[in-house]
Design a binder for this molecule. Sequence first.
Ligand SMILES: [Zn+2]
Length: 331
Amino acid sequence: MLSNHSGFQRLSQAALSRSRFLRLAAGALLPFVGLPPSAAAAKNPELAQNNGAPAAASGRMGAILVSQFGPVKIHSYLSPADGFHVNTQMIEGPTAVVIFDGQLLLPYAGEVASYVQALGKPVDRIILSHAHTDHWSGLQVLTERFPDARVLALDGVADQLRARGQARLDSFRPIYGDRIATKVTIPTETITEGLQRIDGITYDFRRFVDAESDLQLAALLPEQKVLMAFDLVFSPNEHAFTLVDHFDHWIIILDQLKALQGYDTITIGHDRPVNRSAIDSTISYVKRAKEIHAASADAKTYSENLRAAFPDLQHAEWVDLSAKLLYAARR
Ligand SMILES: [Zn+2]
C-alpha cells in the first residue's frame, strides 16, 4: 500500500511555468512527453512501499518509492517538476539491476545513478521505453556511470533517435542549458518481444504503436503481477499528453491493457504507481480529448476546452504543450 505519500508531495517543487512550457514547446517538435504526479495509489496488499530516505536528509531532489515483491524490488525514481515528473524504474533482482528510462535532466539521471550504485549490484541493462526526450536525455549519464550495461529499446526507437534526437536536445538547451544531454545516446540492441527471464525475473515485453507515442514498450511482470505501462497510462490526477492524433488507437490499446487479469499495480511514465482504475480514467481522458479535438479548430480552442473539461487535473499548462504539438502536426 502507498501509505506514505510525502516523498511524492516533496516532489511538487517549482512547476514549470506556463510561459516556459510554451517556449519549450515552440522549439521542440514532438519531443518528449512527460506527465504529472497522481493519485490512485496501487492497492496491491502485497506491495510494501516506502519513500526511501527523507529528501532533506539525503539531499536528493527527486523522490524514491520502493515496492517489494518477495526477492524483487521495484525502485521508482520520480523527478522534480521541471523534469516533468518522469520516472526511472529500477528493477532489483537477486544479483543485478535493470533500469528502465533515463530522465530528462542530467542532474536527476545522476541521482538515479548514485542510488543504483548504492544498491551494490551491477546494472545488467538499461531499457528505453520510447523515444520521447524526457525518457532518454539522461541516458548520457547512465551510460557513463554504467559502461558495461547493455542499452536496449524496441526495433525502430534507435532510428527515431538518430533522425531527431539531436534536434530535440538542441530545442531544450535554451531552456535547460547544461542540464540537458549534450549527445544522443542510441540504444545498441533491440529488445526481444515476448517472455524473457532476466536475473530470475520473468518479463513479458510488449510493443505498441500509435498511442501517446508512435512506438511504446510495455512490460508485464507476470509473477509479480506488475504492469509497466510507461506512457500508455496516465495518473488519474493529472492531464495526459495528447501530442498526436492517435486517440482511437490509444483507446484500443488501453482496452487491451484492461483485459489483462490480475495486474493491479501499474507503474507509469510519470508519477507514482497507480491501480487499474487509472486505465479507465485514461480512457475517459483520451475519449474526451478526441471529441474536443474534433470540435476545436485551433490549438488555443482545444487547450481551453480540454482544460475546462478537466478542471481538477494538475499541470494544466501541459495541455498547452499538447495542443501546440497536436495542431502543428495536423498541418
Ligand atoms: Zn513521458
